[in-house]
Every structure is written in C-alpha cells, then in structure tokens.
Design a protein. Structure first.
Length: 259
C-alpha cells in the first residue's frame, strides 16, 4: 500500500512537472525571446531547462555518483546510451542542447518540449537532413554552447558500447571543439530496469522507474579529446574506447553520491 501511495504521489509530481514544462516552453520562452537580447534569452532558456531537469531528477530519486571534471568550455559531450533517463542524468550538470533521434517528436508532449528546448533531431538515412543537422551543430558550437550526443544511435542494456557513428563528430572537428566522453552506468535495481530498449514504450517505462525507491547511477566525465590533426573516425574510436574501458571497470568509486 505504501509503495502504491508513493507511486501515485510521484505520478502526480510528474504530471505537474510536465504542465510546468509546457508553460515554460509555450509562454516563458517566447516572452524571453521578445523581451531580451538573443544572448540573454539563450541564457534564460538554458537555466530554465537545467532547473526543469533537476526537478525531474528529484522526482525520480536519482542518486548519482559523479566522477571526473565537467567541461570548462563548450564541448561536444558524447555518451553511451542506455535509457531516456540518460538525458536527466547528464542534463542536470551542464546546460546543453541534445542531439536526438527524430522518433522523440512523436512522443506525446515530450516531443513538443524537446523541440522548444532546442533539441536537434536526426532522421536516420536522410542524407540531406543529416547535413542540415550537422550545420545546426556547427552553429551552436560556434556560439559556445554544449552539445550532448549519443553516437551509438540506439540504446543498449549498458554492458557494452556499440560502434559510434563518426559523422556526429565532424562538427567538433570543423569548429575545433573539444570532445568530452561520458560513461553512464546504472547500479543496483536500476541496472536491469533502466535500459530502454527494443519495443519499450515511454509511459510504462516511466512508471517502472517511478516504482524504484531510488535510481543509482555512476556518471564519469572522462578526459577530453583534443581534435587537432585527427579524423572523425579516429576521435570516434578514441571516445568509444575511453567509455568502454570505464564501464568495463565494475568497481564503484568510494565517493558520496550527489542528488
């Protein structure tokens, strides 16, 4: 009974969170664009997006053990991909624009919120659209914005890292932007429940996540990769190898989790 009450309470909070998100995206963002300079409007949007993600993290009861140093300058952040929860895990630590599959656009409300938040959507197999996506990524990196991408192109159960799509690294080479590899590992009960793979639907998976008392995650910011003189294939292999090496190390560092 207690667990059902907790789930019902969390669901109410999530519904409220999405209502707030809709108001932010549909009302506050446009007002900010009208009343502020372009630079200040972007800063306001970044701050609101980060705060919204932090609220989501609190509802999910994320317990994150963070290691490594966050990027000091704009970076292309690349991570292994296990779940939609990855976005909440990484997004609360730095303001960024996510590079996501166009499938998200069909998700109720989330598609709208993602679009209004400035997410860049990739339509696989469409070369013209991929080129347009690369141009958007280049523009944002030149504006000193962080980009977060999942170069595997799909999710896994978290015990391996699939080959990276090297094309996602080209904007970093063109703008001479450092690449920040990040490794995500779900621990405890979340290790088997967090993966969002195959035919999983968002709402049932969200409920499964809310049923957990906590979601334990290890988030590792790995050494940045300097792109000077390197090809996109070379840096994609380097980033993947760093992440794979980290998740292959099963020893949890003795650090206090940050929530």
């Amino acid at each position: 009974m207690k667990s059902k009450s907790r789930l019902f309470y969390k669901l109410l909070l999530v519904i409220l969170l999405f209502v707030v998100g809709f108001v932010i995206a549909a009302v506050i963002f446009p007002l900010s664009n009208l009343l502020c300079t372009a630079h200040k409007a972007r800063d306001h949007r970044d701050a609101l997006k980060k705060q919204w993600i932090c609220w989501f993290s609190s509802i999910l009861k994320l317990e994150i053990t963070k290691e490594g140093i966050l990027p000091l300058h704009s970076s292309l952040v690349v991570s292994n991909h296990v779940s939609w929860v990855d976005i909440i895990v990484i997004g609360q630590y730095l303001p960024a624009y996510f590079v996501a599959k166009s499938d998200i656009l069909s998700w109720p409300l989330l598609g709208f919120l993602s679009r209004q938040a400035g997410a860049i959507f990739i339509r696989r197999g469409d070369k013209k659209h991929i080129m347009e996506t690369a141009e958007k990524m280049v523009w944002l990196l030149r504006q000193n914005r962080n980009l977060i991408a999942f170069p595997e192109g799909t999710t896994t159960v978290g015990d391996d890292v699939l080959s990276f799509h090297a094309s996602l690294f080209q904007p970093a080479l063109l703008t001479k932007t450092a690449i920040q590899p990040v490794a995500i590992q779900y621990l405890g009960d979340a290790k088997s429940l967090a993966p969002f793979v195959g035919d999983d639907a968002f709402v049932p998976h969200l409920i499964k996540m809310l049923e957990l008392e906590k979601i334990e995650v290890r988030l590792s910011f790995l050494p940045t990769i300097n792109v000077s003189g390197k090809t996109r294939i070379a840096v994609s292999h380097e980033a993947r190898n760093l992440i794979l090496t980290r998740i292959s190390n099963a020893d949890l560092p003795k650090q206090h989790p940050s929530t």
